[in-house]
Design a protein around this ligand. Structure first.
Ligand SMILES: NC(=O)c1ccc[n+]([C@@H]2O[C@H](COP(=O)([O-])OP(=O)(O)OC[C@H]3O[C@@H](n4cnc5c(N)ncnc54)[C@H](O)[C@@H]3O)[C@@H](O)[C@H]2O)c1
Ligand SMILES: O=P(O)(O)OC[C@H](O)CO
Length: 330
């Protein structure tokens, strides 16, 4: 029996909390960044803003403060958008006991530092860290649809403990000691999902989608290995698995943003229509290029996606630029 605090009541934090409650055997709480949002959920027992339609079990508590959430927790799962993780962890840092485990379930790279989420956590606290990755749409996890995901920590024994604590009949976790590969697989696939969405929005075909996914995997793997990841992690659930899900699944916010860009809509208008929901790839694209430049890694799809997102490149011109690059060996 563990006390588990989930920080972030967006779609994914809520689905994780629902999954942990369904598993049974833990005391689970869900902290929302907005007090008004937490109040709404206390009244309706439904997360109408981010994951409507799932009744929140009476045993799931909704603390009034971060301090209430983390005090006495054995495991703290951070599920804020990546760019807000630092502020959230900094706020809880003075309250932490050394044994409390921090798990990041966010998929991104910090803007200016280019740090992975576990590195951000480690830069603020000395607590043990892990990450949760893999192909997992929140809505499907909340509905109890069979899902396989990955829990990673450089301390494999910790990953295996969390594997036991989080796994259930509908949520099967694999443990992995390659936290670098799991985090970068999860963050970088969002960029390729944007590109796959762009191709769909342009009414391009299955050949284009397959090319983007395969060559996308190649550039994700190049960068991840340069950062210390293992190739087999990228071939697994947190790499290939999450890439396929996000590039093809209509529930993906990143893919949806890409589809709308491909149809000719402008980024600010598309972001506005997400109503506060996060498409991590939009910011991760430039952070990924920053990290790639530190390591001298070529990322042509990510570069073109950055042009489309942030430099007004027309989507068709981006596809043309990719198709007319000098020939390469595979
Ligand atoms: N939705 C999914 O299916 C899914 C699955 C796996 C991983 N993830 C990852 O989980 C993370 C969270 O995404 P989500 O889908 O749960 O979010 P969401 O898009 O459903 O909701 C946005 C969240 O951001 C929070 N927020 C806004 N401003 C904030 C601030 N200043 N500080 C802290 N929090 C703030 C909101 O309260 C809300 O919880 C992302 O990194 C995402 O990539 C999402
Ligand atoms: O909806 P997206 O594009 O943020 O993707 C959600 C998850 O990362 C899928 O594993």
């Amino acid at each position: 029996m563990s006390k588990i605090a989930v920080l972030g009541a967006g779609a994914w934090g809520t689905a994780i909390a629902i999954s942990l409650v369904r598993r049974g055997g833990h005391e689970v709480c869900l902290w929302a960044h907005s007090p008004a949002h937490a109040d709404e959920m206390r009244v309706t027992r439904d997360n109408m803003r981010y994951l409507a339609g799932f009744v929140l079990d009476p045993s799931l508590t909704l603390p009034l403060s971060l301090e209430e959430a983390v005090t006495g927790a054995d495991v703290i799962v951070s599920v804020t958008p990546s760019q807000h993780l630092r502020a959230t962890i900094a706020e809880i840092a003075p309250l932490l006991q050394p044994h409390q485990v921090l798990v990041s379930a966010s998929k991104g790279i910090e803007d200016d530092s280019h740090l992975r989420m576990s590195q951000v956590m480690q830069s603020i606290t000395g607590n043990p860290v892990a990450t949760l990755g893999g192909p997992s749409f929140a809505r499907e996890v909340a509905a109890g649809m069979p899902t396989a995901a990955v829990i990673a920590s450089a301390d494999l024994a910790l990953a295996q403990r969390l594997q036991t604590e989080f796994s259930s009949e509908s949520f099967r976790l694999y443990s992995n000691a390659d936290i670098v590969g799991v985090e970068l697989g999860g963050a970088l696939k969002n960029v390729i999902a944007l590109a796959a969405g762009v191709a769909t929005g342009l009414n391009l075909g299955s050949n284009t989608a397959a090319a983007l996914m395969t060559r996308g995997m190649a550039e994700i793997t190049r960068l991840a290995i340069a950062c210390g990841a293992e190739q087999k992690t990228l071939a697994g659930l947190a790499g290939m698995g999450d890439l396929v899900l996000t590039c093809t699944g209509t529930l993906s916010r990143n893919r949806t943003v890409g589809v709308e860009l491909g149809k000719g809509r402008k980024l600010p208008e598309i972001i506005e229509s997400l109503n506060g929901k996060v498409a991590e790839g939009v910011r991760c694209t430039s952070a990924a290029l920053g990290l790639a430049s530190v390591h001298g890694i070529e990322m042509p799809i990510t570069e073109q996606m950055n042009q489309v997102l942030h430099h007004n490149q027309a989507p068709l011109d981006a596809i043309r630029a990719l198709m007319t690059r000098p020939g390469k060996d595979e």
